[in-house]
Design a protein. Structure first.
Length: 122
C-alpha cells in the first residue's frame, strides 16, 4: 500500500475510533439503549447529510475522517437491526430508517444551501 492509502486508512481509523467512543459514551449517558440509539442514528444521519452537502463529490482527508470514519462509526444501524427482532421492533426500525434517510437529505440540502449563500456573498 502506498503512503497516500496508508494516510487515508489512518484517518478513517482515527475517525472510527472517535465515533465509536462517542456513541458508547452517549449511550451510557442517555441510559436507554433503544431511544439513545435512535437519537444517535438520526443525529448521525443528519450530520452525514451535512458532510455530503458540504463536500459534494470531493474526497478529502477531512471528509474521510468525519464521514467514513467518525459518523459511520458513531451511528449503529446494525444494532438497530438486532433491536428490530422484537414484536414492535420492525415498525421502530422502519420508522427510524425512513426518518434517517429524510434527515440525511435535509442535512445535505442545508449544507448545499449554506454553501450557495456563502458563494453569493462574495
Amino acid at each position: 500500500m502506498d503512503e497516500k492509502r496508508w494516510a487515508r486508512a489512518a484517518v478513517v481509523f482515527a475517525g472510527g475510533a472517535l465515533g465509536t467512543g462517542l456513541r458508547v459514551a452517549l449511550l451510557d449517558l442517555l441510559g436507554h439503549e433503544v431511544l439513545g440509539l435512535a437519537l444517535i442514528n438520526l443525529t448521525g444521519a443528519f450530520l452525514l447529510g451535512v458532510v455530503s452537502g458540504a463536500y459534494a463529490n470531493r474526497i478529502t482527508m477531512v471528509r474521510l475522517f468525519l464521514a467514513v470514519g467518525g459518523l459511520a462509526s458513531f451511528t449503529s444501524w446494525s444494532t438497530l437491526t438486532l433491536q428490530s427482532m422484537g414484536p414492535d421492533g420492525v415498525l421502530v426500525a422502519a420508522l427510524e430508517t425512513a426518518a434517517g434517510v429524510g434527515l440525511a437529505g435535509l442535512g445535505h440540502l442545508a449544507a448545499r444551501t449554506l454553501k450557495l449563500r456563502r458563494r453569493g456573498r462574495r
